[in-house]
Design a protein around this ligand. Sequence first.
Ligand SMILES: Cc1cc2nc3c(=O)[nH]c(=O)nc-3n(C[C@H](O)[C@H](O)[C@H](O)COP(=O)(O)OP(=O)(O)OC[C@H]3O[C@@H](n4cnc5c(N)ncnc54)[C@H](O)[C@@H]3O)c2cc1C
Ligand code: SF4
Length: 521
Amino acid sequence: MSAAALAGALPEPATRVARDRAVTPRIVRGAELRGSRTVTVDACVVGSGAGGGPVAAGLAEAGLTVAVLEEGDLHGPETLTARPRDMTTGLYRDGGQLVTVGTPPIVLPLGRGIGGTTLVNSGTCFRTPAPVLARWRSEHGLEALTDDAAGALFRRVEEAIGVAQVTPELAGENAAVVRRGAQALGVSGRHLFRNARGCVGSGVCAFGCPSGAKQHAGAVFAPRAWAAGATTYTGCRAERLEVERGAVRGVQARTAAGGRLTVRARHVVVAAGALLTPLLLRANGVGTASGALGRHLTIHPASAARALLDEPIDPWRGVPQSYFVDELADDGILLEGIAGPPDQAAMATPGQGPEHRDRMLDVARTASFGVMVADTGEGRVLRLPTRPARPLVRYDLHPTDAERFRRGFELLARIFFAAGAREVLIPLSGVGVLRDGDVSPLQRARVRPRDVKAMAFHPLGTARAGADPRRSVCDPDLGVHGVRGLHVADGSVVPSSPQVNPQLTIMALATRLADHLAAEG
Ligand SMILES: Cc1cc2nc3c(=O)[nH]c(=O)nc-3n(C[C@H](O)[C@H](O)[C@H](O)COP(=O)(O)OP(=O)(O)OC[C@H]3O[C@@H](n4cnc5c(N)ncnc54)[C@H](O)[C@@H]3O)c2cc1C
Ligand code: SF4
């Protein structure tokens, strides 16, 4: 690999097949819980995604009694239709329409349900790169997270979720185009590693995997937790943390039926995700002392270019995110595949009326690929004055990152042209369509933040971990400074952008927390 920034970031393929988990879900549906109910357990976990899943499984398997509160529902493969329009409202929070306030506005979708955002994610797996871990040790005091300790955690997670490299056959033509172009130019790139078992390349990962191949948190960790006796309360939104004399005592939740569920527990782990966790902590007056709560948000902004080719691409066939280019990773720029079914392409295709129609008529010959940049700047999560509480995300793209998009797109355009593209559509105002292999409009462009059309998928850092309580919300073992028994295990605790897709990072940190709490008993 050419890029030092990604040192040690590629997973090791799982050496054994994940075990079959035909476990009966232990679920109590909040939609059927009226009135008041109180349960008493050792540990209450709020959220069941990349962070909450491993913690709940680890604690239950260590013999603790565990209750998981999840605002969303269970979505098994039998309920997943593969139709984006049906699935978006059910699997995404607010229909996936959360948009940042700032320049430019950035769509920032979140999943909701057992599995959290892993239910709708692309399955790409990277370890936290070694240089990032080194920074977390030196700048944030996460000294126990040595390369060896992190490596051992990653191996356990990778075994659990069946990480393997995508094969060329499953990668699809969309990836083959970029691979061909990258190889022609001598640019560094590889097939991605993913958590899937028996993937058939149906191309709808972002709308729930209908074949049950994706080994998301709800498919792997929830069944493990249930098998060890944990109960998941779906349709239950945690609203109050009960804290007495500096120690957490439990959680109160509102059920979908309007009831009240109280969970008494000596360990409470908040894993509601980087946009919701700060709201819950702030509403309860905890984690606020340093001023870091809700701040230091990184989102890993992303954008995608499209290329028209002469031959059929059929971008809906194959794994949508199956190949990456790390040539510019040292500068925080990663290129990763993005593709999907025609309805998704219709939403992502620019233009209106006849222009949009003509582009859609060409969609079978259109390849698309993403550019992601590691944030130079930071954003902030505030609370909208709604009931229930909703996040307001303030984020301005840093001018350095706008320039990084320009560089990423220049490399991507070269790759597309080297693969035989007729034209390349760049989503930067003032650039537009490139033809005849000419990337000079991109070279000349002075790209400002407002010129970038971006989305983002990786919110992190809003309750960051660190040894210094004046700069962090949680300690290096993820305990909220100043409150005994209260921990955070989700994207919020990640101290700075890992520069790669974060699910393995979050799962590894959550696994470490489970070990730590299990040792306490
Ligand atoms: C479309 C898409 C594609 C992505 N692709 C990838 C990828 O390929 N690889 C990768 O590494 N990452 C990917 N990600 C990001 C990754 O999935 C997330 O970073 C990760 O899931 C975040 O984990 P988390 O535990 O912080 O939160 P989540 O996984 O979002 O889990 C939080 C859970 O908490 C629940 N919750 C929130 N508030 C409450 C409350 N008050 N009470 C009860 N429950 C609550 C939510 O409903 C949710 O289920 C993608 C994201 C998206 C949107
Ligand atoms: S591409 Fe594979 S992991 Fe994605 S939805 Fe299809 S079968 Fe599932």
